[in-house]
Design a protein. Structure first.
Length: 65
């Protein structure tokens, strides 16, 4: 959840530097799939847009099924 996501723009989503694809975007949400090689546990989650970069204010945890 967030604000200011562009539904028509490009997003650069990264988990500890690994690229991840946004599969759905609204003005307040990005749905993404974590890369298969993303480390299990807390990660730095960055989203880049045409306005700059933002970092998740809360820890993001990768878990495997």
């Amino acid at each position: 959840m967030g604000t200011g996501f562009s539904i028509t723009g490009q997003h650069d989503v990264r988990f500890n530097g690994l690229p991840a694809a946004a599969t759905w975007v609204s003005a307040t949400e990005l749905v993404i799939t974590a890369p298969d090689s993303a480390a299990i546990g807390p990660v730095l989650f960055l989203v880049g847009t045409e306005k700059g970069f933002a970092m998740s204010p809360k820890p993001f945890i990768v878990r495997r099924p």
